[in-house]
Structure formats: structure tokens, C-alpha cells
Design a binder for this molecule. Structure first.
Ligand code: ZN
Length: 421
């Protein structure tokens, strides 16, 4: 598809030209259930982007990968979708200092885990949806500027089948008109926005500590409810919040904290602020080893570390993916050893994560921890043993060299200095 492979140069140019004041995204997901006569099952997505020009020039583009666009309006001016939309980008010209872009589109449900994934449970026929975007699949669900450095606050609203519950990054409520509306997010990147919808089995708890109170939720599909040990998930979650609040001196900044265990997931987990998603393979249907529980706890804490490393402070472009993944990988084992029952987690790190890094480092595909990522195709290849485990091993050496207190003091200053940047 022309324009689907955003380059680093294009992203830098766009970031120099504009800044985003906010998104409003309205999704209608009622088409997820029932019969569909369409060859590709689609849903309506209406996005309003308020953005301002901060550099020279009056032409740019928005990203959207969708089967069809119904209308595009820029500052009240109707643009012809047949002219400005090529399947992956919307060309925008005649930018003013302050701009309002409205895009009304039909987006496709995904069967590949990219964008808005739609799963039909073969056991009971129920439909479950969730989104997965990293590095650049939010544009399959709503029109946007798909690059990590163009952060903005989001307001999502979702119309869904009556029997469903819908979750997003912010806390949500179903209005009298049946529409789910979600609290505006802090300024975040496109790739960590999230929607989860369906008849999920949902368990709640609360984390309390001094003035801090964080509503906790955990969910899975109904068919797995009888196996779901949410108690252990919440135990590790609370131990993690204790640890990160003790050491980061920056209160968890994203409101509530939901954790969804979802079907047909391509990866281990994803750190969407306030709405973390995990593979449902972490719900154990029988007796498993202690190592399996340790792996799950490590993933819970890895994602939680991302709330600070990655979500609060974020790399400008994918070259510096290690700035979040190496830190989260390190923090997973670090917090596991200090705050949970898995006190020997560094042994697991050495035997498992670090061995993965050694293997990756002997392949022709090895690369510096800070990688040269020219475009999104490069970015997709960078989620590997070098970026995660070798980087984490280097950080472990840094902590040994600089000392734990100096290292954490550096992190604390970094969060305060670069929050939401
Ligand atoms: Zn990660």
C-alpha cells in the first residue's frame, strides 16, 4: 500500500511542522456481532483531530489504513476522499495556524492481531474485541499522526452491543444514550491507546497507599473465568505499585489500572496506560510450575514499569526503543526480586533473558542496542533479544557500576524533567 511505510525522515518533518492539541475518537462497534454480508466486516470510525502549525509549510498528511473513507473535513472545508485518501494516508494542504480535521471512515476488524482484533469464541459463540497497535496500527482504527513523539490527550467514545462492557485507557461509563464515554487521557502516543470490548469476565480490586488510590481491574473471556486466579494477579500488581512508588517518586499518572487477558494475542503483553493487555496463555487451566507464575509476574511488572518508562517518557522514534524495553526488562527482574515472592529472579534473568541476548548477539542480525531505524519496516524487526535482554544486561552492569541509588535518582530526575515528553 503506498504510504504505509512511514519513514523516520517523514516523521521528523511532521513533528517539526505541527503539534497535536487533542483527539476525539468515536467508534461504532455494533457491527461486531450478528451476521455480516460484507466481504470485509467493518465498523464506523469518526475522528476529530485538533492540531496547530508550529513550523514552516502548509502541507502534511494524516495516517489511516482503512477500506473506505466517507468524508474528510479540514477547517470546515470538504476534501474529496477519492483525491486525498490513498488507502494509507490522507493528504492535507492549506493548513492554518490552528486546524480541525474530521475523518469519517469505515475501518476493518482484524483477524491478525493488528488494529482492532475480533475473536469469536468457538465454545459459546461470544465475540471479543481488543486493540493492539505497536508500532503503528492505531491508524487501522482511527485517523491520526502515527508516530510516538506527537503525543496528545484522547477522548474515546464507543457504541457497542447492549450486553457488552467497553474499556479504554481512561475510566469509562455508559451514558443514558447507550454510548460509552471515557475520561480524557493524559498526553500519550498513538501506539499505546487502547479499546477492549465484549462480554468479558471482569474482577475488581483497589490499590491504596497514602493518598494514592488506584482502581484495579482484571478480565478474561467468560469461558476462562473458572480458571482465572485474579487474586494472584492483583497481589503482584499491588507489590509492583508499592515498589515503583517507593523508587520512582512519581505517582502512577494514568488513573485506573485494568489488565485484560485476551485471546489470539501475538505477543506477551502491551503496556497501554491504564489498560494493559496480556496473552490469555497466562491464565493457567491446570497445574503449572512455579516458573510459569514467575514468568507471568515478570510480565505484569515489566508492563507496569512501562507506565513510567515508555508511557510517561517516550522515545522520539523507534531507534530508541531500548529506552523503554531495556528498562522495562531490567525493572521486571529488579522489582520481582525485591517486591515479590520470586526473590531469585536474577537467576532466571541470567539463565533465560541473558541467554536469549547472547544467542541474538551471535546472529548476523545483531545490532547496536540503539538501532538505526529508518522506517516502520525496520521498527517491526527491532523487538528482539538485543533491544530487550542485552539492553537490560547493560543496564544491570550500569547499576552495578553507578550504584543502585545513583541509578534510581537518575530515573527520578528523568521522569520529572521529561514527563509527557
Ligand atoms: Zn515491553
Amino acid at each position: 500500500m503506498p504510504g504505509e511505510n512511514l519513514s523516520r525522515d517523514e516523521a521528523h518533518e511532521r513533528a517539526a511542522l505541527l503539534s497535536v492539541d487533542g483527539y476525539e475518537v468515536a467508534l461504532d462497534l455494533r457491527s461486531a456481532v450478528g451476521e455480516s454480508t460484507e466481504a470485509v466486516r467493518t465498523f464506523r470510525s469518526v475522528t476529530t483531530i485538533r492540531f496547530r502549525r508550529t513550523g514552516e509549510g502548509d502541507t502534511t498528511f494524516a495516517d489511516l489504513v482503512a477500506p473506505s473513507v466517507t468524508s474528510v473535513t479540514l477547517n470546515g472545508r470538504e476534501l474529496d476522499p477519492a483525491v486525498v485518501f490513498d488507502g494509507a494516508r490522507i493528504t492535507l494542504d492549506g493548513l492554518a495556524d490552528e486546524n480541525v480535521l474530521v475523518v469519517d471512515a469505515q475501518c476493518a476488524y482484524s483477524r491478525t492481531g493488528e488494529g482492532l482484533h475480533r475473536f469469536v469464541d468457538p465454545e459459546d459463540g461470544e465475540v471479543y474485541l481488543y486493540t493492539q497497535y505497536e508500532p503503528a496500527d492505531a491508524r487501522r482504527v482511527y485517523a491520526n499522526f502515527e508516530q510516538p513523539d506527537l503525543k496528545a490527550p484522547y477522548r474515546f467514545e464507543v457504541t457497542a452491543p447492549d450486553a457488552w462492557t467497553v474499556w479504554s485507557n481512561g475510566a469509562g461509563e455508559r451514558g443514558a444514550d447507550g454510548v460509552w464515554r471515557f475520561a480524557e487521557t493524559a498526553p500519550i502516543s498513538t501506539y499505546i491507546t487502547c479499546v477492549v470490548a465484549g462480554p468479558y469476565h471482569y474482577v475488581t480490586d483497589t490499590y491504596r497507599r497514602g493518598d494514592v488510590e488506584i482502581p484495579l481491574g482484571a478480565m478474561c473471556r467468560k469461558g476462562l473465568a473458572k480458571h482465572f486466579d485474579a487474586d494472584d494477579v492483583f497481589l503482584v500488581t499491588k507489590q509492583g505499585f508499592d515498589f515503583f512508588h517507593d523508587n520512582f517518586d512519581y505517582p502512577y499518572p494514568f488513573g485506573k489500572y485494568d489488565q485484560a487477558f485476551v485471546p489470539e494475542y501475538n505477543l506477551g503483553a502491551m503496556e497501554n496506560p491504564g489498560m494493559v493487555t496480556f496473552t490469555e496463555e497466562y491464565i493457567y487451566r491446570g497445574k503449572v510450575t512455579r516458573a510459569a507464575y514467575e514468568r507471568r509476574a515478570n510480565t505484569i511488572l515489566h508492563e507496569m514499569a512501562h507506565m513510567w518508562f515508555g508511557d510517561l517518557v517516550t522515545m522520539v522514534w523507534w531507534d530508541d526503543l531500548w529506552l523503554k524495553e531495556s528498562f522495562a526488562d531490567f525493572m521486571g527482574s529488579f522489582s520481582l526480586a525485591e517486591a515479590t515472592r520470586f526473590t531469585d529472579s536474577w537467576v532466571t534473568f541470567a539463565n533465560n533473558r541473558k541467554a536469549w541476548a547472547y544467542r541474538a548477539d551471535q546472529l548476523p542480525s545483531t545490532h547496536p542496542v540503539t538501532a538505526d531505524i529508518r522506517d516502520l519496516e525496520d521498527a517491526k524487526l527491532n523487538f528482539d533479544g538485543i533491544t530487550y535482554a542485552k539492553g537490560a544486561s547493560v543496564l544491570k552492569q550500569l547499576v552495578a557500576y553507578a550504584g543502585r541509588d545513583a541509578f534510581l535518582e537518575g530515573a527520578r530526575r528523568y521522569f520529572k524533567r521529561h514527563a509527557y515528553g
